[in-house]
Design a binder for this molecule. Structure first.
Ligand SMILES: C[S@@+](CC[C@H](N)C(=O)[O-])C[C@H]1O[C@@H](n2cnc3c(N)ncnc32)[C@H](O)[C@@H]1O
Ligand SMILES: Nc1nc2[nH]cc(C(=O)O)c2c(=O)[nH]1
Ligand code: SF4
Ligand SMILES: [Mg+2]
Length: 257
């Protein structure tokens, strides 16, 4: 079973003087998504995001950001208390935080393999072993009918911000990467194809289809049951990779998994 440290108990309500991050969750589990699915990993989940996907499975980091401030040193201590050599920095959007870079530096120095889960709107230079980039498609936009929290107030801002071709190009140029797209229906693949065309024109590095992963949308087993078959068939049809959401299959929507 995954094991969590209670971030609320470990941290403090306001930022201390030392380098620190607002942490929503810190736990050990199996990487559930992408190329490293199945690998025991410590997850450090920061709070706060520059986007508002309607389907966000981490509502308390985006729509209602909740967290407790831990210093980078305290985070490292917690990570070292778990028996895993892979660390996944996620959120929310971890790249909005300056101090995420010093955390990655400290982890790199200690020999950890680092994955950063990011929406791809921000590039930063840091010791990242795998940039797990999940660019957000039009189907993620919180229009009035899909908004979990209001009446579509975030839709325009989300739409303007969700793709930054320059940031995406630099991320794929500088880091080992995977491009992990959340699929809600068939129309998403048309947008993925045209985004990849634009990105391949822009980036100085080749982007391999084996680094493009289609992931079914869904935060529960029941929701995934509705989306996974179509997503897998689209991956086969277009020659991309399919990624499961192992943690949802195993532990449904339990926090800290
Ligand atoms: C919560 S996000 C945090 C990292 C970053 N903000 C991002 O979106 O990539 C972590 C991963 O979960 C995916 N995700 C979020 N909600 C999802 C849902 N309802 N179904 C499938 N994947 C989801 C995101 O696309 C991303 O790959
Ligand atoms: N087990 C597990 N694997 C994951 N891979 C990416 C996750 C994330 O929320 O970024 C995640 C997560 O929340 N849990
Ligand atoms: S970008 Fe990531 S954290 Fe932000 S709202 Fe979308 S899925 Fe949630
Ligand atoms: Mg998750």
């Amino acid at each position: 079973m995954p094991v969590a440290s209670d971030a609320a108990e470990l941290g403090r309500e306001s930022p201390p003087d030392e380098p620190a991050l607002p942490i929503n969750e810190l736990f050990v589990s199996l990487q559930g998504e992408g190329k490293l699915a199945g690998v025991p990993s410590v997850f450090v989940r920061t709070s706060g995001c520059n986007l508002r996907c309607w389907f966000c499975d981490s509502y308390h980091t985006s729509w209602e950001p909740t967290g407790s401030w831990l210093t980078v040193e305290e985070i490292i201590e917690e990570v070292e208390g778990f028996d895993a050599d892979h660390v996944v920095l996620t959120g929310g959007e971890p790249m909005i935080h300056d101090e995420a870079m010093s955390l990655l530096g400290e982890l790199g120095e200690r020999g950890y393999h680092t994955t950063v889960e990011t929406n791809g709107t921000i590039y930063r230079d840091a010791p990242i072993d795998l940039a797990s980039v999940s660019p957000k498609l039009a189907s993620s936009t919180p229009t009035a009918d899909l908004d979990p929290d209001g009446d579509g107030e975030w839709a325009d801002r989300h739409e303007e911000r969700r793709i930054d071709l320059g940031a995406l190009a630099t991320l794929v140029e500088e880091y080992d990467h995977q491009l992990k797209f959340v699929v809600t229906d068939r129309a998403d693949v048309t947008e993925i194809e045209s985004l990849l065309d634009r990105l391949r024109d822009r980036a100085a590095t080749a982007i391999s289809d084996t680094d493009v992963l289609l992931m079914p949308e869904g935060t529960t087993r029941e929701e995934l049951a509705e989306t996974r078959t179509l997503t897998a068939e689209l991956a086969q049809e277009y020659g991309y990779r399919y990624t499961p959401r192992l943690h949802v299959d195993l532990w449904n929507d339990e926090p800290g998994t």
